[in-house]
Design a binder for this molecule. Structure first.
Ligand SMILES: [Mg+2]
Length: 414
């Protein structure tokens, strides 16, 4: 079993019995799935840089790249034209999603033979709980090895696996195992396994968090794990608690969605299409404050604010504004939405839906830092107090008035 040998080399001797008793979460991930499926029909392309998603002069993005293409910096979600520039000699293939779906089903039909608990989380990855399957397939490690070999032999598609005590650790392990490997992290070994990795390897930590952590001098999981929870919460809000947990290999059951948000949105559909300006600005204020509260809870500040207006008949207009500095303050954000609304609303038409969306996130309250210290403290205190009241009494009960500015907040606090 070469994969086991690889694991042992990585982690040294194991207390096998204890380990196998508890590390039963297996993350299975197909290697460069779309490329691998295409290569079943084009075996002559094996070992060459292959890009799936379209031709290199087309619009659109890469949906998969072979490991040979990745060496040139090509990765999925990258524009095809960029991939063409980075790796002009790559073979570009159109994608065939129906075909991938069928192969995914075949893989799934193998997975369910190994455990009653299988969760496909995307077309090419799944989590299995191997606890209690010993009588059929042996201890989890042996079962995992047999499972990966079965997939490879019966489909011809390469895959990798990670076996650990938590879903998060299992996912990181399968990534480390690629291509065509299996990495087992024994119970108690999670922190040691994760320590040397860059923070970005942790599921849910994206570019924004990576940047914020780097600014704090934190590049590896080990460095992140050394920061006290209170400090992370002070900087990142609720997200800080998740970071603390993740750095130790822990996850909530739904860690797939326990990730840094890309945008925060709130919409309201009017009971009846309206052209009542007051009703609309009140709604806008409400939506804006709701979004801001979530923004602060996530410890984020936003730079890009997008207003959506849908008129009778479903015609939808979106208008965005990008600020010079990110903000997390109700008053600033509402003022922008109000401006966008005044400027772009067609007053001759009735409105069906209003929506606000915040994106372009950075961590921390950068903008508060720019304000003069005393005023900043008052604003932060008031905003926090309002958020607390909202948690207690429900959102609708505690709102700043529609026209409230930062100065007004200041006065009210006094
Ligand atoms: Mg994959």
């Amino acid at each position: 079993m070469p994969e086991l040998a690889r694991f042992r080399a990585k982690h040294g001797p194991l207390e096998e019995r204890a380990a196998e008793a508890a590390a039963s979460i297996l993350h299975v991930d197909m290697d460069a799935f779309f490329v691998s499926v295409e290569l079943l029909e084009r075996p002559e392309l094996r070992g060459r840089p292959v890009v799936v998603g379209g031709q290199k002069d087309q619009r659109g993005v890469v949906t998969a790249a072979s490991y040979e293409a990745r060496k040139y910096g090509v990765h999925s979600a990258m524009p095809l034209r960029t991939a063409g520039r980075l790796c002009p000699h790559a073979i570009f293939l159109d994608g065939h999603h129906e075909k991938y779906g069928k192969w995914s089903d075949r893989v799934a039909s193998i997975l369910v033979k190994f455990s009653p608990v299988v969760e496909m989380v995307s077309i090419d990855e799944a989590y299995l709980d191997l606890a209690g399957t010993e009588r059929l397939h042996g201890p989890p490690l042996a079962a995992a090895d047999k499972l990966l070999r079965t997939i490879k032999e019966s489909t011809g598609l390469p895959c990798s696996g990670g076996l650990a005590t938590t879903r998060l650790t299992a996912k990181v392990a399968s990534d480390q195992a690629k291509p065509s490997g299996l990495v087992w992290v024994p119970p108690g070994g999670e922190a040691r396994f994760l320590a040397p990795l860059p923070v970005r390897k942790i599921p849910g930590i994206g570019e924004v968090t990576e940047r914020a952590l780097r600014a704090l001098g934190l590049e590896t999981v080990e460095q992140l794990a050394a920061v006290p929870q209170e400090k992370l919460e002070r900087i990142f809000g609720q997200w800080g608690e998740a970071l603390y947990r993740k750095a130790r290999g822990g996850d909530s059951y739904e860690f797939v969605i326990d990730a840094e948000p890309k945008s925060i949105s709130h919409n309201h559909t009017f009971g009846e299409d309206t052209n009542d300006g007051n009703e609309m600005t009140t709604t806008l204020s409400h939506l804006s404050q709701k979004a801001c509260k979530r923004l602060r809870e996530a410890g984020l500040a936003a730079r890009t604010l997008t207003l959506t207006i849908r008129y009778t008949g479903f015609e939808t207009h979106t208008r965005a504004k990008t600020l010079a500095e990110p903000t997390q303050l109700d008053a600033d954000i509402y003022a922008v939405f109000q401006g966008l609304f005044r400027e772009h609303r067609d007053t001759r038409r009735k409105v069906r839906l209003l929506g606000v969306s915040l994106s372009g996130f950075t961590h921390g309250n950068n903008q508060l830092d720019l304000l003069e210290a005393e005023r900043r403290e008052k604003l932060a205190r008031l905003t926090k107090a309002a958020d607390r009241l909202r948690d207690r009494f429900g959102f609708g009960k505690v709102q700043f008035g529609g026209s409230l500015s930062a100065e007004d907040l200041n006065k009210r606090e006094d």
